[in-house]
Design a protein around this ligand. Sequence first.
Ligand code: NAD
Ligand code: IPM
Ligand code: MN
Length: 356
Amino acid sequence: STLIKLAVIPGDGIGPEVVAEAVKVLEAATVADDVTFDATWFSLGAARFLETGDVLTDEDLTAIAGHDAILLGAVGGVPGDPRLADANIERGLLLKLRFSLDHYVNLRPSVLFPGVPSPLAAPGNVDFVVVREGTEGPYVGNGGAIRQGTAHEVANEVSVNTAFGVERVVRYAFAKAQARPRRHLTLVHKTNVLVFAGSLWQRIVIAVAAEYPDVTVDYLHVDAATIFLVSNPSRFDVIVTDNLFGDILTDLAAAISGGIGLAASGNINPEGRFPSMFEPVHGSAPDIAGKQLADPTAAILSVALLLEHLGQTDAAARVSAAVTADIVARAALGTPRSTSAVGDAIVTRLTDKGIQ
Ligand code: NAD
Ligand code: IPM
Ligand code: MN
């Protein structure tokens, strides 16, 4: 039997609600394979900060790093809450985890499941994955302000792109593209304006492409990419892009493929030197928190990515199949279900072979 040490960070708002369902599904999906999860629960986020003043202590980070994988719900309070102004939960917690654990691949698949309504009139076959760089770009905090608060204030936020950092994520994206049936990779950037970073990304993609003759490659400026995500999303297979472009494109990608309640993600350290972290793309949704209104599907699909990453491919496939079946069934249901009712329905499909 296999023992997997899992760090669970439910976080704030709907985070704990969707994580409860994801953990139920994780356990139901793995009993047949004799896999046991030893879960450590970490109380982190806006609620913890308001109680103790801590965002992420060194002890927290060391303890989390000692696990095999991390499941995170969502962190962050109500945007604009003055009590959180100095906390900077997003940088001090979420980004600190991604940077410290070297999650240089932020993997965000977009699939339009059968029966799911898309806001697009003719979505076609939506099945692509965004490989978003996770440790560099404008996210690194390489900035500063001078003459702050005056009419002469200057605020800089410098995007950092290293040859090492770009090459490793581009290599990951090519390997991913080669393993998919269509074997197509699109680099998205803004090389016409961001000439230094753009040139680096483009030269590295061209160089690595020579090692993958069976992968076709094209390039789009990020503004044009938003047009095609809406007008012709089936042209995409694997998109590789920088941290900020990837953040923006993946909310759009979620919106065209069934909504933010279905969008899963993995923050991956491919070499396994550090635990990878799996989380829904959405945030803590304070507007619907505590009411059992959140769709836990994104968190549950993140569990499928987690299982896949840990080599539990059969269990991952079972979760995906159960979610796909549930998504088809929910269209027929008509009435909305509570967060836990969705989790229970998926657990039932996993445990009751008659239904699956
Ligand atoms: P959000 O994703 O929390 O919410 C945007 C909208 O989507 C809201 O109307 C919300 O109700 C809806 N929504 C989100 N998830 C849903 C689900 N599972 N089911 C149904 N509806 C859902 O984005 P926001 O409002 O910009 O951010 C709220 C807080 O979350 C902020 O503090 C932000 O910084 C933080 N945040 C955290 C993460 C993370 O932890 N990974 C990601 C994004 C935002
Ligand atoms: C996401 C979120 C985060 C990001 C924020 C909360 C730091 O929007 O996971 O997409 O920008 O990466
Ligand atoms: Mn985002």
